[in-house]
Ligand binder design. Structure first.
Ligand code: GLU
Length: 469
C-alpha cells in the first residue's frame, strides 16, 4: 500500500505557522514512507475564500521547502462538489441519513433545556427531501468509535454521545465534515495528519467512512500551537502569518527547523540541525500530544544562528530584499542611487554577527547611505550631555590630524581624547556614534567611521557639535 497523505488548508486568511508545521510533518512522513504528498485547497466556504490566499499558501509552502511541482495537486475541493452531493444522496438512500426541518429553537422547546445537541426527533418520521431540510447522519445508538491515532493512541468515543449531525444543509450543500471525508476517499488518502482542533470531528468522520463502505485512514492529530500564556495562537492576537516572519527576515531554514521542534526533538542535545537530520530522525509517533509553545524569542535566537552560518556572499544576497524593498517588504529610507554595494560589502561581516532577523540590517547600515544620519532623538537626549561638546571638539581636531583614516588609528586617537578627560572608551565613543550614525547601538564604531570616510564622518561630527551650541 502506498502511503498517501494530504495537506488540506482552507484559503481563508494568511497562511498560519501552525499550518506550515502540519504541512512539513505530512511532507516528511510521506518522504519517509516512500509515499505521496497531496495538496488540496479546501475552498468550499465561498464567502471567506479569496484566490490570493490560495496563492499565499502555494508561495509560503514553496518558501518553506515544499516546492510547486514536487507534490500532487493542488486539487480544489470545490471541483468535487458533485461527488460530495452524490455521497450525501447515497447515505440517504441507504438509510444512514434522514431529513430534518427542526430549528435549534424547536429542539430547545422540546428538550426544555439549553441546546445540548439534536434530539433525534426526525429519525423515524420519514420526512422526504425538500427546501430547507437538512440531511442528518444517523449515528449508531450503541458501541463506540475507536480512532487509531499515531500520536494519541486510541481515543474512543461512545456513539450514543454523538448527536445525529448535519451532513448537508437546507439548501442541499454538503458540510465540511462530509466534503473532507469524500475528498480523502477520492484521493486515496491513507494517513490524515492534521491539527488537534479537528479531533472532535474525527469520530463523526470515521462513522462516515464506515457508512460509505471504505476503510478509514490512520489519523495523527498534531498538538495545538500556543503562545506564552498557553492560549491557542490566534490571528487576532498573535503574529501567526508565515509571511510576517518572512518579511521580518526569518530564514526559511531556521523557520522550518524551529517548526519541526514544536512537539518533537532530534536525538542528543541538539535543536539546530540540518534538514537532512530532521528528515531522517523525525518520527510522527514520537510527537508529544501536549500543546506546543511557539516561542518567538527562541525562534529569533535560532534565526541569528542560521544567519551567522551563512557565507558572507550568501548573507549579502539574503539582505537584498531589505536593502532594495521588494514585494511586500518596505523600501529602505535611502534612495536607490545612494546605495553603495562596496560599502555594504565592507560592513556586511560585522552586521552578520549582530542580526537576529534580516530586516535589522536597515537600521544598522542606513547611516552609510543617507546624506545625513537619521537622528534618534531619544538617543541624542540621553547621550549628548555636559561635556559632549568639548569631547566632540577634541575628537574633530584629533581626527582632522590623522594621516591615515583607518579603524585602528581612529580608535587609538579617540581613546587618547577620552583618557585626557578621565573617560573610558565606551563613554567617549557614545557622542561620536550618535553624531555619525544617529543611534546609540550599531556596528563597531571605528570600522563604521572608516567605511563612511573622513569627509562624511567629520561633516557629521561638526553638524552635531553645532547643534550643541
Ligand atoms: N481545511 C481544514 C483546515 O484548514 C483542514 C481539515 C483537515 O486537515 O482535515 O483546518
Amino acid at each position: 500500500m502506498t502511503v498517501r497523505v494530504r495537506f488540506a488548508p482552507s484559503p481563508t486568511g494568511m497562511f498560519h505557522v501552525g499550518g506550515a508545521r502540519s504541512a512539513l510533518q505530512n511532507w516528511i512522513y510521506a518522504k519517509q514512507q516512500g509515499g505521496v504528498f497531496v495538496l488540496r485547497i479546501e475552498d468550499t466556504d465561498a464567502a471567506r475564500n479569496k484566490p490570493e490566499w490560495t496563492e499565499g499558501i502555494l508561495s509560503a509552502l514553496d518558501w518553506i521547502g515544499i516546492s510547486r511541482g514536487s507534490y500532487e495537486g493542488p486539487y480544489f475541493q470545490s471541483e468535487n462538489a458533485g461527488e460530495h452531493r452524490a455521497a450525501a444522496a447515497r447515505l440517504y438512500e441507504s438509510g444512514r441519513a434522514y431529513y430534518c426541518d427542526c430549528t435549534r429553537e424547536d429542539v430547545q422547546a422540546r428538550t426544555g433545556s439549553q441546546y445540548q445537541g439534536y434530539d433525534g426527533y426526525h429519525r423515524d418520521r420519514g420526512l422526504g427531501p425538500g427546501e430547507g431540510r437538512a440531511l442528518r447522519f444517523r449515528t449508531p445508538d450503541e458501541g463506540a468509535t475507536v480512532v487509531v491515532d499515531l500520536i494519541r493512541g486510541e481515543p474512543t468515543f461512545e456513539n450514543r454521545l454523538i448527536e445525529d449531525f448535519v451532513i448537508a444543509r437546507g439548501d442541499g450543500s454538503p458540510v465540511f465534515l462530509l466534503a473532507n471525508v469524500v475528498d480523502d476517499m477520492i484521493m486515496g488518502i491513507t494517513h490524515v495528519i492534521r491539527a488537534e482542533e479537528h479531533l472532535p470531528n474525527t469520530p463523526k468522520q470515521q462513522l462516515l467512512w464506515d457508512a460509505l463502505g471504505v476503510k478509514p485512514p490512520v489519523w495523527a492529530h498534531v498538538p495545538v500551537v500556543v503562545n506564552e500564556k498557553r492560549q491557542k495562537l490566534s490571528k487576532r492576537r498573535d503574529k501567526v502569518a508565515l509571511e510576517a516572519y518572512r518579511e521580518e527576515g526569518y530564514l526559511a531554514g531556521a523557520m522550518r527547523n524551529y517548526l519541526m521542534l514544536l512537539g518533537w526533538a532530534p536525538s542528543g542535545d541538539r535543536e539546530i540541525v540540518p534538514w537532512s537530520v530532521i528528515e531522517d530522525e523525525f518520527r510522527l509517533e514520537e510527537v508529544n500530544p501536549s500543546p506546543a509553545f511557539f516561542d518567538e524569542k527562541k525562534l529569533r535566537a535560532f534565526n541569528g544562528e542560521y544567519i551567522r552560518a551563512l557565507s558572507v556572499p550568501d548573507f549579502i544576497d539574503a539582505c537584498q530584499p531589505w536593502l532594495t524593498g521588494t514585494g511586500t517588504i518596505a523600501p529602505p529610507p535611502w534612495q536607490p542611487e545612494e546605495f553603495d554595494a562596496d560599502a555594504f560589502a565592507a560592513v556586511a561581516p560585522l552586521a552578520q554577527t549582530r542580526l537576529a532577523v534580516l530586516s535589522e540590517i536597515v537600521p544598522n547600515v542606513d547611516f552609510l547611505f543617507l546624506s545625513a544620519p537619521l537622528i534618534d532623538e531619544a538617543a541624542w537626549a540621553k547621550t549628548m550631555k555636559d561635556g559632549s561638546a568639548d569631547l566632540l571638539d577634541a575628537a574633530i581636531v584629533a581626527f582632522e590630524a590623522l594621516e591615515s583614516w583607518n579603524a585602528e588609528a581612529l580608535k587609538s586617537t579617540l581613546e587618547a581624547v577620552g583618557a585626557e578627560r578621565g573617560l573610558k572608551l565606551g563613554k567617549t565613543q557614545a557622542p561620536v556614534r550618535v553624531a555619525v550614525t544617529g543611534r546609540t547601538v550599531g556596528l563597531p564604531l571605528f570600522e563604521s567611521l572608516e567605511v563612511l570616510g573622513r569627509e562624511r564622518s567629520l561633516t557629521r561630527m561638526r553638524a552635531a557639535r553645532l547643534r550643541l551650541v
